[in-house]
Ligand binder design. Structure first.
Ligand code: C2E
Ligand code: CA
Ligand code: CA
Length: 720
């Protein structure tokens, strides 16, 4: 099964891991970048500081020499030797300066020393234009109260820092005229030595001159006094961020690895948690839709299955069928053998059903011993019939549980949605149920397809059931009595109490019609008690003959039945010996063990027990010996054929002989003619019952005919 939450979680965890990784990388990237950028800025400031320092030093040299009285005197006296010894020779000293010029250009008096020819003064180190520029600068500075200037300048194509001041010792510098007083000019070349010095000083690598403005952060413009860019300093930017990254690369990678492993772990764990949660939820929903005993879908599971749009669509297309199954004989097993065996039966039956259905249909246990199947497809109706037959067939073999054999059957109804008759699933389920109900009532051994007529009958039966309840309250039920006479002299031996219902709307309804319906509800218990009570009241303790009362198998399921009967009899001062209970043969076949115990209760309490309708079911004569019967009543169908069919006569004779040998009395039911009466007598029957001797009549009429319990003569019998 798919687990949507699992997929979603995996997606989330993956996304979270990916995002954190991206975030980490971005943070590292920006951090490294910021560090690097900051370093470049600091470098630029440091280098600017270095340049400023050199400028300040050069300017300091200019003032030092320029504001020296002996220097001015030596210049004025043109003492070249002095000037060289005390000033010009400094050019040869490292870390001093590269050019020294003293000039009074107006007078053409210019002496200069540079590295090329330190001992011979040169007048042409600066062009006249450059000298004029320097003097201009000085004049501007003087006007502002500054008495020395510095700026960048190219000399012979090489960049220099040039510092200048007017010569003279007078501390009042404003006294000097920047227009015609001699200038002291000191030049420092921004050369390799200068660069390495600054580079070393500030730990900047590869400091160089660049010709072009790179606009990069790691470049610094050197400007002349007019603000023109003379040169650019470029350097290898220090990259502390990159450096740091390189240094921390291994720990970083380890961190990411650990993070990933952790993330995978968390992801797995979350997945597992989600799985358990989802699995739990799935199980819970499944459980709510599953019958835990059989593992089949339950009613809810069935509802969910047919609620799906595709199922609804199939039904709307006339391509769906529902099979409804109700087990026969299960309730009896459950009551008699116990719930444990009952559960085993349900499990085995479910398994057989699953095998019978295979994957052709959806099977559900609707509750109790009810099952339902859904079929979808173009031939759902035909397939439903095949599967329904297979379901019935699957129960043919008895169920072996704990060494005992149990037999259950199935009443099966089918309802289909077809092109001619489109039905929804709720309607199909209802119709299949109706068909099943009918199949059960008719004890059909094959599936019954729903028909609108069944619905009417179903409705009729439901109405009937309701009316019976009401009718019992209103006293619409009564008991009629039919005599049973001795074959020898036709004297009254006993009577059979037969229930009658006269409905105000339906008129007289026969027990064959209403008893089977009452048997499906608790009504049968009330009817049974009603009959006995009525018998007690109408026949009483002094009748001198016993009364046979019919018991429905459904009544026998009540373990208290015998006690209830005894209580009723006690209340009317009657003894169980006055009562014969009659059970039809079918009960024995359906349900051996428990029936025997219950019947024994009746026998022990003093009741007589008769086997009714013998020959209609499948009971073999062997049963007769096993049960505590006192009378066997041979079914009317044999009697009516006797005389017509010699075989039947032979069978009846055999019955009579056999029952005699088993010390059982045998009664012939439904004797309608004198002929039958004589024949049956001849065959060796003990008792006779039938219209020939009296129809069932109300108590009053019965007493009128039989005279308050006096032994009636055959000629006194009530008229037909
Ligand atoms: P049953 O126990 O076999 O009762 C005998 C049925 O045969 C009665 O039908 C009776 O009227 C009918 N009968 C008697 N003599 C003749 C005859 O000569 N010819 C014909 N054709 N029929 C004859 P009834 O009263 O309609 O009862 C039908 C069945 O309903 C009974 O069959 C019995 O199984 C059931 N029944 C009747 N009363 C009760 C009752 O109080 N409780 C239970 N559980 N079942 C009852
Ligand atoms: Ca009977
Ligand atoms: Ca009978």
């Amino acid at each position: 099964l798919k687990n949507p939450l699992r997929g979603l979680l995996t997606q989330y965890v993956n996304m979270a891991v990916l995002l954190s990784l991206i975030a980490s990388v971005l943070i590292v990237y920006f951090f490294v970048g910021a560090l690097n950028r900051h370093a470049v800025k600091t470098d630029a400031e440091l280098i600017q500081g270095g340049v400023d320092f050199v400028v300040a030093r050069t300017e300091a040299f200019a003032r030092d020499y320029g504001w020296w009285r002996e220097a001015l005197e030596a210049f004025e006296t043109t003492d070249i030797n002095w000037m060289y010894r005390n000033m010009g020779s400094s050019i040869e000293t490292p870390r001093a300066f590269d050019i020294l010029v003293v000039a009074e250009e107006a007078d053409g008096k210019i002496f200069g020393w540079d590295e090329n020819n330190p001992d011979t003064p040169r007048p042409d180190i600066f062009t006249p234009a450059q000298l004029a520029d320097i003097r201009d600068d000085l004049a501007t500075a003087h006007a502002l109260g500054r008495y020395s200037t510095s700026h960048m300048m190219y000399i012979d194509g090489r960049p220099f820092i040039i510092s200048a001041t007017l010569m003279g010792e007078n501390p009042d510098r404003s006294a000097y005229s920047p227009l015609d007083d001699p200038m002291m000019i000191i030049g420092e070349e921004l050369d390799f030595v200068f660069l390495t010095n600054i580079g070393n000083l500030f730990d900047v690598r590869d400091l160089q001159f660049g010709q072009y403005d790179t606009n990069a952060a790691n470049s610094l413009a050197l400007t002349d006094s007019a603000g023109h860019h003379l040169a650019y300093l470029v350097w290898q930017p220090t990259v502390p961020g990159t450096h740091a990254l390189r240094m921390t690369f291994l720990p970083l990678i380890s961190y990411i690895a650990v993070f990933l492993i952790f993330a995978i772990f968390i992801g797995r764990r979350a997945n597992r948690l989600a799985s358990t949660a989802v699995e739990g939820e799935r199980r819970a929903t499944l459980a709510s839709k599953t019958d835990c005993m059989t593992g089949l879908a339950n009613r809810q599971g069935f509802a969910d299955f047919v609620d799906r749009p595709c199922a609804e669509f199939s039904a709307a297309q006339g391509q769906a069928a529902v099979i409804f199954i109700d087990l026969n004989g299960f309730k009896q097993i459950n009551d008699d053998a116990g719930h444990k065996i009952g559960d085993r039966v349900l499990k085995i039956v479910s398994q057989r059903f699953v095998n019978a259905v295979r994957d052709k249909a959806f099977l559900a246990r609707m509750g109790g011993d009810e099952f339902a199947c859904v079929l979808i497809g173009s031939d759902a109706e035909g397939d439903a019939d095949i599967i329904a037959r297979r379901l019935i067939f699957s129960l043919e073999e008895p169920l072996k549980i704990e060494g005992s054999f149990y037999q259950v059957g199935a009443a099966v109804g089918i309802a289909s949605s077809t092109g001619n008759d489109l039905q929804t699933f709720p309607a199909l389920l209802h119709n299949a149920d109706v068909a099943m109900y009918r199949a059960k009532a008719d004890q059909l051994a094959e599936p019954l397809h729903y028909d609108a007529k069944l619905e009417e009958e179903h409705q009729y039966q439901r109405d009937l059931c309701e009316e019976m309840h009401a009718g019992l309250e209103r006293g619409e039920f009564s008991v009629h009595y039919q005599p049973i006479v001795r074959a020898s002299d036709k004297s009254l031996a006993s009577v059979e109490a037969l229930l009658r219902w006269t409905s105000p709307t339906r008129g007289s309804v026969g027990p064959d019609e209403f008893i089977p319906i009452a048997e499906r509800t608790s009504l049968i218990q009330r009817l049974g008690a009603f009959v006995l009570k009525t018998v007690c009241e109408e026949i009483g303790p002094d009748a001198g003959f016993s009364v046979a009362i019919n018991l429905s198998p459904a009544q026998l399921r009540d373990p208290e039945l015998c006690q209830t009967f005894i209580n009723i009899l006690d209340a009317h001062n009657m003894k169980p010996s006055a009562i014969e209970v009659e059970l039809t043969e079918g009960l024995l076949v359906d349900n051996l063990g428990k029936a025997k115990i219950r019947l024994q209760q009746f026998v022990d309490a003093g009741f007589k027990v008769n086997l009714d309708d013998f020959g209609t079911g499948f009971a073999s004569l062997g049963y007769l010996n096993e049960f505590p019967f006192s009378k066997i009543k041979i079914d009317r169908s044999y009697i009516s054929k006797c005389g017509e069919d010699p075989k039947v006569s032979q069978t009846l004779q055999a019955f009579a002989l056999l029952t005699q040998s088993l010390d059982l009395e045998v009664v012939a039911e439904g004797v309608e003619t004198e002929m039958q009466s004589k024949l049956i007598h001849m065959l060796g029957f003990d008792y006779l019952q039938g219209w020939h001797f009296g129809r069932p009549v109300p108590a009053q009429k019965f007493w009128a005919a039989h005279g308050g319990g006096a032994t009636p003569r055959a000629s006194d019998r009530s008229p037909n």
